[in-house]
Design a protein. Structure first.
Length: 248
């Protein structure tokens, strides 16, 4: 699956407009909001693992509900083919809410980072599994030129070695295997437990209950990125109350 996504990504990059919008909002620093409200709630209409989730959802209205009921940040998928996202959705969300916005995509080009900035992102995702160390360094430099924060995502303890020289502050551990799409929460927790305490650590994928939140918290997670569970929810307020129980 990962090979298919990356092959298609090259075509998507070519579709990014030559002239990007002029950014009009300041970058929002994510750590303060996430320390108080440690949930990054994701806007995604579909995914390769879940298929269509909520295809008719308004990204901006979904994000507004997230902010209202307990999110410390919002993640917006900008991958078009596999996740039914777009940079326009990123812009709509960034203009609607007052908490940090993460541009979540398989970023392989500086052009995507420029678009993320222009369309209102405060944070970008850099996935260690899809990049060489040299590419990570190049993309990190571009993001920092634009004052964007970086969430480095790893799937194995070994991948931390690829990012540690770039002074990571936000590190996400994804429990999902990008090739098979299977989730191994125990492995994710084990990796979180090996990371330095100086990092702000984020658990990603498969979080559906207060028990999941509590288990990842015990493993060292400072925050939690949650997508499908919240997108499928018929009661966002109740779902956030449920998740916050895992912090008690």
């Amino acid at each position: 699956m990962l090979d298919k996504i990356l092959a298609n990504k090259k075509y998507e990059i070519e579709e990014i407009p030559e002239i990007l919008p002029k950014r009009t909002k300041d970058i929002i620093e994510p750590l303060q909001t996430l320390k108080n409200k440690p949930f990054i709630a994701e806007v995604k209409k579909a995914s390769p693992s879940a298929g269509e989730i909520k295809p008719d959802a308004s990204p901006a209205e979904q994000a507004a509900l997230y902010e209202k009921y307990g999110a410390g940040a919002v993640s917006v998928l900008t991958d078009k083919y596999f996740f039914k996202g777009s940079f326009e959705y990123l812009k709509e969300v960034s203009e609607k809410i007052n908490i940090p916005v993460l541009c979540k995509d398989f970023i392989i080009s500086e052009r995507q980072i420029e678009a993320a900035y222009a369309f209102g992102a405060d944070i970008i995702l850099i996935i260690a599994a899809v990049l060489t160390q040299e590419e990570i360094g190049r993309l990190s430099e571009k993001a920092r030129e634009l004052n964007l924060y970086i969430l480095y995502e790893i799937h194995t303890a070994e991948e931390y070695e690829k990012i540690k020289d770039f002074s990571p502050a936000l590190v996400g551990v994804n429990s999902r295997n990008l090739d098979t799409l299977e989730i191994d929460k125990q492995k994710g927790a084990q990796i979180l437990n090996t990371l330095p305490d100086s990092l702000f650590k984020i658990a990603e994928s498969g979080i559906n209950s207060p028990e999941d939140v509590a288990n990842f918290r015990r493993a060292g997670a400072d925050a939690f990125l949650i997508g499908t569970y919240l997108m499928k929810s018929d009661n966002i307020k109740k779902s956030f109350q449920n998740l916050y129980r895992g912090l008690e």
